[in-house]
Design a protein around this ligand. Structure first.
Ligand code: WTA
Length: 659
């Protein structure tokens, strides 16, 4: 946790109640929110059961809401069956067939729209092509695609067949892709020739070919979407063009109904070991969480155009580009490209040109756009916007206020939404027509969800301004079900830190530290584990360390984060070389090479900002790396703590550049 952050949340006292105008038209106003909270507190399973019944279309109705007999492996609605794609598409066709489901704009300004009927047809065709490859319910398919309608179509096509998709972010390298494909045992990969990003073509197919050449024995076929049209190689017998594979297939495909607990997708995320975890989400509970939270938090209405800027490669893109909005029959905006092409006005231009009404982005984007000055957004007509959202990392009060003043014109509510890949949907957030907001606080759990702050022993921290570990005290429908292939790791990571309470409560440990103020508002301070949050992307320090150590010149590496003005956190690596430590130009060349090496092993997002070569790392006598000390050094802080008990106290001065 950063102490600067802690200070700023302690001194923040501004409060912004919802406007009377917004509250009057909102799906949930203060009275309704109180009613929902009371209903959930009085009858927890009744509350969720009623929503599961009213919001989702079931093929076989469920009888049991929650089965906690094998806690913390919870099951929700497990005796019911349904299909996620049916819930997102088919059930809207009669009433909303001609409504826009997706409005798309590419980086070069090209646009495409899909109505619900058109989207349904595309999804069915691709589902038929996947089926023709012999892929059946329960098989895994890896999607390595641009942030484009194709990604949504592919996710929906898999869901239609009960096939488990695992989207790998297009910015991940061939090695990272290989690791994920191998862990899922996918039979099929769906990719594209490439995508347009930052004015360049990203060669996705080439990375995919490299990944498959490195291993992935389970993969039998590859479907390739044509996006950029640049030359690529196609492997006979393995690779097929999407447009050719779907050309002659019917635009209809019977959805396969699955048990509510059937896995819908796997999504890999970083943890405190070198190996990313395949977070497993299920069909029924996940869809309910994504759908209901989208209604409550974003106040989704029939004529909204909802733009969540997150890439489909992350959980935010799963829940608030694909599943949540579509289950609600809403219209979503997809922009494939970077926010600064051709200039920092791109986001605002898109809002203006398409008439975006709800805009949901990450603090890192807000901070970056803030730096380019308010004259830029002021050039655009943002009058259609009615609600703003933030996700992915703590939003500092300065960025919140800028968002509020410059984009929201001091009128629009801001929903700061706290959640995780593991939680599947938003856990804490203001409800825009009900909750007074405070800049930097994600306020309170949504109705039906329960959080607490506990100390090292798992005991509730009481008092006006409680600080400690953030835990969730009751299960929830969209929770992760397990870690793919490693249920023990699931139990240990999320439920193993604190003992089960005498009343049988299992505490879900989020891995974040938090502060709760006298109004019961939560202020997330940062991760408590070895996970960094770089531009809203989760990165395990161990992952970066293993990437560094896989370079032939590296003997040992330690990675820590330091605060960064735009990215939130920057990656700092301390590296011990094999043999003699290079200096001067040789050192600079090696540092450059190591940064490229990390990009190759994981992806450009993981490239360390700073790499320092040293002769050793500060260790305790038992051999443990003193990360706290490294974090202080990375921040350039004066080292005041006693280092004499270290095994090698002299190294501190060298690392700090003082020797
Ligand atoms: C952080 C992204 C503060 C937090 C949906 C969490 C936040 C991690 C917020 C999950 C927020 C996410 N305020 N911190 N509103 N939202 N985080 O899995 O540390 O990519 O544990 O899910 O991001 O990141 P993930």
């Amino acid at each position: 946790m950063s102490s600067d952050n802690f200070q700023s949340v302690l001194t923040e006292t501004r409060v912004f109640p919802p406007s009377a105008e917004f509250a009057a038209a909102a799906r949930v106003n203060a009275a309704k929110m109180a009613e929902l909270r009371a209903a959930a507190a009085a009858d927890f399973t009744g509350f969720w059961g009623a929503y599961a019944k009213s919001e989702l279309s079931w093929a076989t109705p469920f009888k049991t809401v929650l089965d906690d007999s094998k806690a913390p492996n919870y099951r929700w609605f497990h005796d019911g069956t349904l299909n996620a794609s049916y819930n997102c598409l088919d059930r809207h066709l009669a009433t909303k067939g001609d409504k826009i489901a997706i409005r798309y704009e590419g980086e070069k300004g090209d646009t495409r729209n899909y109505t619900y009927r058109e989207l349904h047809a595309e999804v069915c065709k691709l589902a038929n092509a996947i089926k023709a490859k012999g892929i059946v319910k329960g098989d895994r398919v890896v999607l390595y695609l641009p942030h484009s309608p194709e990604a949504v179509i592919a996710m929906q096509a898999c869901a239609r067949l009960g096939v488990i998709h695992s989207v790998v972010f297009g910015g991940f390298s061939a090695t990272a892709l290989r690791d994920r494909i191998e862990d899922t045992g996918a039979k099929l990969v769906i990719t594209a020739d490439g995508n347009q990003r930052g004015g360049n073509v990203v060669d996705l197919k080439k990375a995919c070919d490299e990944a498959l050449a490195l291993g992935c024995p389970s993969v039998e076929g590859v479907i390739v979407a044509k996006r950029t049209g640049h030359a690529i190689t196609m492997k006979d017998g393995r690779d097929a063009w999407w447009h050719e594979a779907t050309a002659k297939l019917p635009a209809d495909c019977e959805p396969v109904n699955v048990e509510a607990e059937h896995p819908l997708f796997l999504l890999y995320t970083s943890g405190s070991t070198g190996k990313p975890k395949g977070i497993q989400h299920c069909t029924g509970g996940y869809l309910l969480g994504a759908m209901l939270s989208a209604q409550w938090v974003f106040d989704l209405k029939e004529d909204d155009l909802f733009w969540c800027t997150a890439d489909v490669g992350w959980v935010t893109g799963h829940s608030y580009v694909t599943y949540g909005p579509l289950a609600n029959g809403a219209s979503v905006m997809i922009y494939e490209g970077v926010p600064t092409v051709p200039d920092a006005g791109r986001f605002w231009k898109i809002c203006q040109d398409h008439g975006v009404t709800i805009f949901y982005t990450a603090p890192t984007a807000i901070r970056a756009l803030m730096k380019s000055g308010e004259e830029i957004p002021n050039q655009y007509d943002l009058s259609e916007l009615r609600l703003l959202g933030s996700v992915g990392e703590p939003i500092n009060p300065e960025a919140w206020m800028w968002y509020h003043r410059v984009i929201g014109k001091e009128k629009l509510p801001i929903v700061d939404t706290w959640w995780q890949t593991e939680t599947g949907s938003i856990m804490m957030s203001p409800l825009p027509g009900a909750t007074p907001t405070k800049p930097g606080s994600c306020t309170q759990p949504l109705p039906g969800l329960f959080a607490d702050v506990v100390d090292e022993m798992g005991e509730p921290v009481v008092g006006k301004t409680a600080g400690g570990y953030l835990v969730l005290t009751k299960p929830w429908p969209s929770m992760l079900r397990t870690i793919w292939g490693d249920n023990e790791r699931y139990k240990k990571t999320y439920y193993g830190q604190f003992p089960v309470r005498p009343d049988g409560t299992h505490l879900y440990v989020a891995g974040d530290s938090t502060h709760r103020d006298e109004d019961g508002y939560y202020w997330i301070l940062g991760r408590t584990d070895d996970v960094l949050n770089v531009s809203g992307h989760r990165l395990g320090t161990m992952e970066v360390e293993s990437a560094l150590v896989s370079h032939p010149r590296v003997a040992e590496a330690a990675v820590v984060g330091r605060p960064h003005e735009v990215k939130g956190e920057a990656v700092c690596a301390f590296v011990i070389c094999k043999g003699v430590r290079p200096t001067g130009d040789e050192a600079l060349a090696l540092i450059k090479e190591l940064r490229e090496h990390v990009a190759k092993e994981i992806g450009p997002i993981a490239k360390p900002d700073d790499i320092r070569l040293a002769d050793g790392l500060p260790k305790t006598r038992s051999g443990k790396i003193m990360r706290r000390l490294l974090r202080s050094i990375a921040k350039g802080e004066e080292i005041t703590q006693d280092v004499s008990t270290l095994e090698n106290p002299g190294i501190v001065a060298q690392l700090a550049g003082k020797a």
